[in-house]
Design a protein around this ligand. Structure first.
Ligand code: ZN
Length: 483
């Protein structure tokens, strides 16, 4: 630009970055600037709009993007498990993989192992354009490791912690002729859990520096007492955070809940007063229309991890019904595929297949719905939409740039539809989190990726050696790996 083009008396302001391309803002009007730009100063977005205006107003230290690139809000992963990355490929076809693979693996990781596992997951996510992730396995032994690794890699993280204070036992179908399912609560564990959470929520609100935000993990209805659910709601209110619960995942869980309380899981939580706007349900595949109403009336949120619907052999969550009832739904990678662009596509095809695509019916599931779920609705689900989820002035500069010099994404009549249907994590070129350039030209700047892979192999073989003895199903069936 020459001085002659500039309106007289308006010197350009300095900026750290100006990022150009097709800008998908996800603002309340869902504006998309075909030839747009975003200016970043410090940790915030200073301006968004047509490229000519932004370039006239700002002189950046660095320019990113290009005429064919797509500039979108940093993507938001509302459900993941940092402890599971190194064993996820062992969990294929070994069911039930939560109890046979994931839980035992967490126990053998140790502090170094969890740091490696978190580093691998976070690197994987950042490279794929995810700027906010969530850890929902985190035990008190792992919380420092996961929180510190997030600060080190530069990804934003919702860090959820909590202990289980209820043991439940499901009587088998035959036992139920005579006996009953049963549960036992442990008030000592509950008191310790509450004391720990009060400390954790206070401590990480400060040391997370706005990048790591503390949440409560109330694992599941069979493993958490009614009193703990209520205490969690109260703490969430006081510490401005949310409670995350895995719910309505499989037949055993529903049957246990019905045999203990005569109510399904959401009905039980509603009955004891534990559903509210600070409740984030995880999964909810086996949810009835009545339960969807209860969620909507309470203002509770949902995170949907579509891959897990098949990975644990359950049903397809009724996202169309949830959204139609007014439930806010975010998307989650849940470890299995740490590429939320792929997860958006899976969610879109899965819902479209399950519900059909009702043409011109506002209640359906479109690529735009999938995109909202990975951006602004994910931010709302985590109660973080004041800062992230869209490209708007004053919001944190969490920005993903997708390489548009790419035959897969050309031509592009519908930018959002093209991203959801065709883009993959490897198309991501640059990522800013909180104004910091974390991915440049497809490489994560905060991690030495080569030594990370060696480190990951070492921890993975230790964990694998511990797990292989427990398997009743061979890792490879017809395909033989020759070492
Ligand atoms: Zn999970």
């Amino acid at each position: 630009m020459t001085d002659a083009d500039r309106p007289a008396g308006h010197e350009p302001q300095s900026a750290d970055f100006v990022i150009t391309g097709t800008v998908v803002t996800v603002d309340p009007d869902r504006r998309v600037y075909a030839d747009g730009a975003v200016a970043v100063r410090g940790s915030q977005i200073a301006a968004v709009g047509p490229r000519a205006e932004i370039e006239a107003a700002y002189e950046p230290r660095r320019r990113l993007g290009g005429p064919r690139d797509l500039v979108i809000p940093g993507l938001i992963d509302t459900h993941n498990h940092m402890a599971q990355a190194l064993v996820r490929s062992l969990a294929l076809e070994d069911l039930p993989n939560i109890t046979r693979v994931y839980i035992p693996a967490e126990d053998v990781l140790g502090d170094d192992g969890i740091r490696t596992s978190a580093r691998v997951t976070m690197t994987n996510l950042l490279r794929a354009g995810v700027t906010t992730t969530t850890d929902t396995t985190c035990t008190p032994e792992h919380e420092e490791a996961v929180g510190e690794t997030a600060l080190e890699t530069g990804i934003r993280c919702a860090l959820a912690v909590g202990d289980r204070d209820r043991t439940s036992r499901l009587a088998s179908n035959y036992e139920q002729i005579e006996g009953r399912s049963a549960y036992r609560d442990d008030p000592g564990v509950r008191a310790d859990n509450i004391a720990h959470l009060e400390d954790f929520l206070t401590r990480w609100s400060a040391q997370g520096r706005g990048m790591v935000r503390p949440y409560i993990h109330a694992a599941s209805v069979p493993s958490i007492s009614d009193q703990m659910f209520l205490a969690a709601q109260d703490m969430a209110e006081r510490h401005d955070t949310a409670v995350m619960t895995h719910i309505n995942r499989d037949r055993e869980e529903i049957e246990l809940c019905v045999s203990l309380f005569g109510r399904r899981p959401f009905e039980h939580l509603s009955h004891i007063g534990a559903l509210g706007p600070r409740f984030l349900a995880i999964h909810a595949m086996l949810t009835t229309a009545r339960e969807i109403r209860l969620l909507a009336e309470a203002g509770a949120k949902l995170t949907h991890a579509p891959v897990v619907c098949t990975d644990i052999v359950s049903a397809v969550t009724d996202i169309v019904g949830m959204r139609a009832a007014g439930v806010t739904v975010g998307l989650g990678c849940d470890t299995v595929i740490n590429d939320i662009l792929a997860v958006m596509r899976i969610a879109f095809f899965m819902q479209a297949q399950a519900a059909g695509i009702p043409m011109y019916d506002p209640i359906g599931f479109t690529t735009e719905d999938a995109f909202d779920m990975a951006t602004i609705d994910g931010a709302r689900a985590l109660l973080w939409d004041g800062a992230i989820g869209s490209l708007e002035v004053g919001k944190a500069a969490d920005i993903t740039v997708i390489d548009g010099e790419n035959p897969r994404l050309s031509p592009r009549h519908n930018p959002v539809g093209s991203i959801v249907r065709y883009a993959t994590g490897t198309d991501v070129r640059s990522v800013l989190v909180d104004g910091r350039l974390v991915v440049d030209d497809g490489r994560v700047l905060t991690v030495d990726e080569e030594s990370l892979l060696d480190e990951a192999d070492e921890v993975a073989s230790r964990v694998r050696a511990d797990l292989v003895g427990r398997r009743y199903w061979p890792i490879n069936q017809r395909y033989k790996v020759i070492d």
